[in-house]
Design a binder for this molecule. Structure first.
Ligand SMILES: Nc1nc2c(ncn2[C@@H]2O[C@H](COP(=O)(O)OP(=O)(O)O)[C@@H](O)[C@H]2O)c(=O)[nH]1
Ligand SMILES: [Mg+2]
Length: 367
């Protein structure tokens, strides 16, 4: 029996088994087994490896990958959003051509990647699954592009990415597994965890771990627990744009809206790549979803450089900026002077731990 058949059998068994206290452990074990087998399948079909191998050069301040089936309008959108003059040469992969474009928006250089060839079953090694997935895994944000007439494509795409270890719009579960040489499995959980200790233990065993301390500090599902054990998942935010709205009437739009809402999407951006409609809304949404902070450097005694901010992820500190500009400033950090939303007053003196707000101005003083 092939792996696919085994997976189907287990799925059926789970569906047919009523869930109660008596069957809970058994179902937990089945689910652990299932997630492990699905992982093996994805690995096998994609030719091994959890991604990696095909490094996309990092350009710009952040990278957004366009995800969509053929003909939804990815190329058209890339051309409409990015400056053709600034287009870098395509990255050549063994069999995959990723077309990059640079979008400068609100002073941030956002690299958009048009990743062609994402077809249903791409994860299954048909097409160029492994390369596609490794490009997607390296992105800071996934922009799903959905054809207004085929909103069902969205769930399929997400399914493909999910089975390749890409976890969208969630954080890594708060689970720590420390393997050890002996002592069996020691499970520690916080009060809000609903999985039983036995279930956690079984899941670890399903993954071949027999000696470990497992600390679960969040109410995770069996799948999330498996994710934590496997440790080869990537966690990426995503957003949705619906393309070709120029062709759709009200009832089509309404159906699309409903289909997406069923998938938990209530804020897709409607665009027409061809007619260039909705693009500024889309750019702003991309910018917002990236959760960036822009920091303007001000040389001591000089004026801030408002043209070229240092771009960092939300939550970045003064220390992150000094790290980034270290080569330019030299010396070691003494303190920083700060202006902007995160400053208590103009020119506030702060240390390396201080967290920036967007559009802060900073002067770094070194020895
Ligand atoms: N009417 C309309 N056609 C579009 C739009 N965007 C793309 N198209 C057309 O759809 C076809 C596929 O677009 P393309 O960008 O090549 O799709 P890709 O395969 O996802 O890169 C082309 O004929 C485009 O001209 C749109 O917003 N409206
Ligand atoms: Mg294309």
């Amino acid at each position: 029996m092939g792996l696919e058949d085994e997976i189907r059998e287990i799925e059926e068994e789970i569906a047919e088994t009523p869930y109660n206290k008596a069957t809970e452990e058994h179902i937990g074990r089945l689910k652990a087994k299932l997630s492990k087998m699905k992982d093996e399948l994805a690995e096998k079909e994609s030719g091994g490896g959890g991604g990696g191998g095909y490094d996309v050069p990092k350009h710009g301040d952040a990278t957004v990958a366009l995800v969509g089936f053929p003909s939804v309008g990815k190329s058209t959108l890339l051309n409409a959003l990015t400056n053709a003059e600034s287009e870098v040469a395509s990255y050549e992969f063994t069999t995959l051509e990723v077309v990059p474009g640079m979008l400068k928006h609100r002073k941030v250089d956002i690299q958009l990647l048009d990743v062609p060839g994402l077809i249903e079953g791409a994860s299954g090694g048909r097409g160029r699954g492994r390369e596609v997935m490794s490009v997607l895994r390296s992105a800071d944000l996934l922009l799903f592009l959905v054809d207004v007439f085929e909103p069902e494509g969205y769930a399929k795409l997400r399914g493909e990415l999910h089975s390749n270890g890409i976890r969208m719009d969630s954080s890594p579960p708060d689970v720590r597994i420390r393997k050890r040489d002996r002592g069996g499995i020691d499970v520690r959980t916080t009060d809000d965890v609903s999985l039983s200790d036995g279930m956690v233990e079984n899941t670890l065993r399903e993954h071949g771990i027999v000696n470990a301390v497992a600390v679960v500090r969040e109410d995770v599902t069996v799948e999330q627990l498996s994710d934590a054990i496997l440790d080869n998942r990537v966690y990426i935010d995503s957003m949705v744009a619906v393309n070709k709205v120029d062709l759709a009437d009200g009832s089509v739009l309404e159906r699309t809206r409903e289909t997406l809402a069923e998938e938990g999407v209530d804020s897709a951006v409607g665009v027409s790549a061809e007619e260039e409609l909705g693009l500024s809304t889309l750019k702003n949404r991309i910018f917002d979803e990236l959760d960036l902070v822009r920091v303007y450097l001000r040389p001591q005694g000089g004026e801030p450089d408002y043209e070229e901010p240092v771009v960092l992820r939300e939550g970045a500190t003064v220390g992150d900026v000094t790290e980034k500009i270290h080569r330019d400033i030299g010396g070691s950090f003494r303190y920083a002077k700060l202006w902007g939303d995160s400053a208590k007053h103009d020119g506030q003196q702060v240390g390396e731990d201080h967290e920036f707000a967007d559009e802060d101005v900073v002067t770094v003083l070194t020895t």
